[in-house]
Design a protein around this ligand. Structure first.
Ligand SMILES: [Ca+2]
Length: 327
């Protein structure tokens, strides 16, 4: 190739290249930068939006807190109203129960044609007592003593006839047994319910010589079955001696249920159900022995503070009334 031809080829190549360059001007150019003013407007607008959103969020938060507080306040108010309603229902139930009991008394009196006015008063009180503190459950007949020390006593136990065995199991002591005009145990469930309000216990006893003594405890409570009908007593007064103090704070034990505080099985040794410690300073539910028959037995109806461990009493009555009872 001659020098001239080469120069011509280079010239042609340059021409072609310049033509291609001219046809694609955009590809060659850098992307246009936005004007400075437009950029700042967008940032400002975004900033405003962020500020608006933040303030909106704060407002929502405040509103939520206020709503929350209102809800809590409303819930508290509803709870208060609910409690008031419940109290009213309880009161109504109690009144209904009392009225119902009175109706039952009247029906009973009418059907039995009760003649003695004093016994009507006595039962009237007893039913009222039961009605008031037993509410809708547990309507049953009780015997009451309107004479001893101001009256108003509901009998919970009696020993005088001697034909009813007191060597019974847990369930029988729980529910009660015997007849209310003879020998009986009112029942541990009933004792628990009745002594939920502060009560006084009075124990009256008589020996075979016809002498009488008594022991009174102005504080008397029997706990529920879950707590083994535990006995709590205090404030003794009387002339028989304080022979129940030793049994304070002990659980109830019966045949087949040894809850005493002893290695021995007191209920089976003493042949009764009682609040045995280890074992007794009194045993009002022991075996009834006729005069002269108790001998050296230690399982009789005993009150150590008066006649010691080998003398079985002729008659015993346990009775309770509300602490605030006014004769
Ligand atoms: Ca034992």
């Amino acid at each position: 190739m001659s020098l001239r031809t080469a120069a011509l080829s280079v010239t042609l190549l340059l021409l072609v290249l310049s033509e291609v360059w001219a046809q694609n001007p955009r590809k060659r150019m850098a992307p246009p930068k936005p004007p400075k003013a437009q950029c700042c407007d967008e940032v400002r607008s975004l900033k405003v939006q962020v500020a608006n959103l933040t303030s909106l969020l704060e407002e929502l938060n405040r509103k939520q807190e206020t709503d929350m507080m209102n809800v809590v306040r409303q819930m508290m108010e509803l709870d208060k109203q609910n409690r008031q309603q419940e109290a009213r229902v309880t009161e109504a139930e109690s009144k209904y129960s009392e009225i119902n009991n009175r109706v039952e008394i009247m029906q009973l009196q009418a059907s039995q044609s009760v003649t003695q006015s004093s016994s009507v008063d006595c039962h009237d009180f007893a039913w009222y007592y039961v009605g008031r503190y037993f509410k809708l459950c547990c309507l049953f007949q009780v015997f009451c003593d309107m004479e001893s020390n101001g009256g108003g006593w509901t009998l919970i136990q009696r020993r005088k006839v001697g034909l009813t065995s007191f060597n019974r199991d847990w369930k029988q002591y729980k529910n009660g047994f015997g007849t209310i005009r003879g020998d009986f145990w009112l029942g541990n469930d009933n004792l628990f319910r009745m002594t939920r309000q502060p009560s006084t216990l009075r124990i009256e006893m008589e020996d075979w010589e016809g002498e009488t003594r008594y022991a009174e405890y102005s504080y008397f409570t029997v706990k529920n079955e879950l707590n083994s009908f535990k006995l709590l007593i205090a404030n003794y007064s009387g002339n028989a001696g304080d022979s129940l103090r030793y049994h304070n704070n002990t659980n109830f034990s019966t045949k087949g249920k040894d809850n005493d505080k002893c290695v021995d099985d007191c209920a089976s040794l003493r042949k009764g159900g009682y609040w045995y410690n280890c074992c007794t300073d009194s045993n009002l539910n022991g075996v009834f022995y006729r005069y002269g028959n108790h001998g050296k037995n230690t399982d009789g109806i005993t009150w150590y503070g008066w006649h010691g461990p080998n003398y079985s009493l002729k008659r015993v009555e346990m009775k309770i009334r509300p602490q605030n009872f006014k004769s």
